[in-house]
Ligand binder design. Structure first.
Ligand code: ADP
Length: 237
């Protein structure tokens, strides 16, 4: 049995009068990849920000490897967050940005970084600065940098939404393959059901502040937990 890496219990998040997360609970086993799919504006980003320590929950607890981290600062958590928009150091080249990530993990090896640069198709651009490459290339570099830090958990917030469809396809497989090879636990947020199915071992359907159902895509499709799930799945398949 793989041990539980992440345990989220009864997490509530309110902004003024609005309840965005309504007592959400779930667990992730070591190496598991969970896709969270749901409509935009439903609170998916808020959940990731809370897990990464960038936002405090109104109530509830978060534990990693059996230790509560609810009040631990973001930089003390071994969790990386890949944002929708790429965040790169503007004064560093593509290669330097990725090397920076690798050095954070204290596992820097030039050959490994070279492989990562090749895998994202950025060989020709390794000495370019972020301002000299396209948005898609910046996002690929940001992904490689987050992966290079080799955190215990990686959270992805719609990381492919700014990429063109071909590149999106390619990177889905590259990211999933990388996570599986490394045995990294991950959460992948998207509003695209097809992407959720490709990326996740399991899918969580998020609506109205809570998971309506967690399971394999096929099982959810065959027996949706309620009408909301059925209409969401039905509308997308
Ligand atoms: P999603 O990622 O599913 O699109 P978000 O987590 O970004 O959804 O947003 C969920 C809701 O929480 C939205 O109604 C948004 O306006 C609100 N929200 C998010 N962050 C804040 C904040 N810092 N202050 C007030 N409201 C917020």
């Amino acid at each position: 049995m793989k041990h539980t890496t992440l345990e989220v219990k009864h997490v509530v998040k309110q902004f003024n009068e609005d309840t965005v997360l309504n007592g959400l609970s779930f667990q992730l086993a070591q190496g598991e990849i969970l896709s969270i799919v749901g409509p935009s504006g439903s609170g998916k980003t808020t959940l990731l920000r809370i897990l990464a320590g960038l936002e405090k929950p109104t109530a509830g607890t978060i534990s990693m490897n059996g230790r509560e981290i609810t009040n631990q600062k973001a930089n003390r958590r071994d969790i990386s967050l890949v944002f929708q928009q790429p965040l790169l150091f503007p004064h560093m080249t593509v290669e330097e940005n990725i090397v920076y990530g690798a050095k954070v993990s204290k596992k820097y090896k030039k050959e490994k970084t070279d492989k990562q640069i090749a895998a994202i198709g950025m060989d020709r651009y390794r000495n370019h600065f972020p301002s000299q490459i396209s948005g898609g290339q910046q996002q690929r570099t940001a992904l490689a940098r987050a992966m290079a830090t080799e955190p215990e958990i990686i959270l992805f917030d719609e990381p492919f939404s700014s990429l063109d469809p071909n590149l999106r396809q390619e990177l889905r497989y590259w990211v999933r393959d990388f996570l599986v090879k490394q045995g990294t636990t991950a959460i992948f947020v998207t509003h695209d059901l097809e992407e959720a199915m490709i990326m996740g071992d399991q899918i969580a359907l998020f609506q109205e502040g809570d998971f309506q159902q967690i399971g394999k895509a096929r099982a959810i499709h065959e027996s949706p937990a309620n009408r909301k799930v059925a209409s969401f799945i039905g509308g997308h398949l």
